[in-house]
Write a protein that binds this ligand. Structure first.
Ligand code: PHE
Length: 408
């Protein structure tokens, strides 16, 4: 396979939570042959940062594979930050079983093949006891396959496609699933916006987008609405005018675009340029600061379903928002909140489990019940999914406004 420059620059990041100095230059670890040449099975960077506890007996290592670069980069950065924050807090509070908890992070560039490889490396070389990640469901599906086969538990903080946890009994998620999320927007469109004609524009490269299109279409129709047209694009496309022109002809009152922010921002602009003035509706994949940048005023007044609202006045949520801002300098999005929650669920399981074997950790995670997450209370059901309410947010000027909460 040909390796691109951005891939060489960014395929790997190693971070130890709670350490002052975070990482060696990412580029030095991108070449697997170089890693093997270290003769250490890749358990440590060539020059470990001072105080790096990797591989030492006093450390429990968690593996993270997420999209730090590419079209879903903000997802990965927020995810890494959220996990890092939870590990730091746990370590400051004395760690787990007398040990520090650390993480090793690999960038999957938003690509399923890279995601699968990253998990294999985390498990076979780094010997992590658990895997956290990813955001985009297509990546998590590829990762889950590997984690399940190896008997290493994996918790996805934010992948909502139902198939992810169907990969097997070692795969968990702490967020709601898309059959619920699709229902939430269908209900919102019918009951809140009171529209009866909606067009759909889906990303045919994303398991998440295909799944949501399906559920939304079914639910909206059941509720007496009509889908005026269904169009699709492929992640990374930049010209959506043909699809939007077809959609315009079908005269919808809103357009459901269950994609990711990089494409949705551009779609919003092109829709307005073509004279399509109706609101766009979407799902959690819109959640990124970049959406406001890319979409500008074209995306304002549109709505999406999400996992939490940073405007929630509850004290512990405002404390999380303030702590996160202080550490990373921005309002935490849902990815940051869910990643923080997932890491805390992982730590709780590490504390409860008699040992750190895959089986013991799996059983401990499965027992997660009434766990007070930032993005809702987490109780895992028999299918290893969480059942939680969703919020609907309206896109404003560089921010979101809370509109309503929909309970399962
Ligand atoms: N739910 C999306 C997916 O499964 C990922 C996502 C979650 C994106 C939350 C943004 C916020 O692909």
């Amino acid at each position: 396979m040909r390796r691109s420059v951005p891939m060489l620059l960014a395929a790997l990041a190693v971070m130890m939570a709670g350490c002052e100095k975070k990482t060696q230059p990412a580029s030095t670890e991108t070449d697997t042959s170089k890693q093997a040449a270290q003769g250490q099975g890749g358990t440590a960077p060539a020059t470990p940062p001072a105080g790096t506890p990797t591989g030492e007996a006093d450390t429990i290592l968690l593996g993270v594979a997420t999209s730090l670069t590419g079209g879903q980069a903000t997802f990965g950065v927020s995810t890494r930050n959220g996990i890092e924050m939870a590990l730091k807090e746990a370590n400051e509070a004395g760690g787990v079983k007398g040990k520090k908890v650390a993480m090793r992070v690999y960038d999957n560039q938003g690509k399923p093949e890279e995601a699968a490889q990253a998990v294999t490396r985390l498990i076979t070389q780094d010997k992590v006891v658990m895997v956290l990640g990813d955001v985009a469901s297509s990546n998590s599906l590829a990762m889950a396959e590997k984690a399940q086969a190896a008997g290493v538990p994996m918790i996805t903080p934010s992948s909502t496609n139902p198939s992810v946890t169907e990969k097997g009994e070692y795969i968990f998620r702490i967020c709601f699933i898309d059959p619920f999320q699709g229902y939430v927007m269908a209900k919102f469109a019918r009951e809140h916006l009171k529209v009866s004609k909606v067009a759909v524009l889906q990303d045919n490269k994303s398991a998440y987008s295909i799944g949501l299109t399906d559920v939304f279409t079914r639910k909206f129709t059941e509720m007496g609405g009509r889908i005026t047209s269904t169009e699709s694009y492929s992640q990374g496309d930049t010209d959506y005018r043909a699809q939007l022109t077809a959609i315009k002809k079908s005269q919808p009152e809103a357009i459901y675009v269950p994609g990711y922010y990089s494409e949705v921002g551009v779609i919003a602009r092109q829709a307005r340029e073509l004279g399509l003035k109706v609101p766009l509706l979407g799902g959690d994949g819109w959640d990124s600061e970049k959406l406001y940048e890319l979409g500008g005023s074209a995306i304002q007044g549109s709505y999406f379903s999400n996992h939490y609202s940073p405007a929630n006045p509850e004290e512990r949520i405002q404390k999380f928002v303030a702590d996160y801002k202080a550490a990373y300098g921005g309002v935490p999005d849902a990815l940051a909140a869910l990643a923080y929650d997932a890491a805390r669920v992982a730590i709780e399981a590490l504390k409860k489990a008699p040992d750190t074997s895959g089986k013991a950790l799996r059983d401990a995670i499965a027992q997660t019940k009434d766990f007070p997450g930032i993005a809702g209370v987490i109780t895992l059901d028999e299918n290893r999914n969480a059942v939680k309410p969703a919020v609907v947010l309206e896109v404003g000027d560089g921010t979101t406004k809370y509109v309503t909460t929909v309970n399962p």
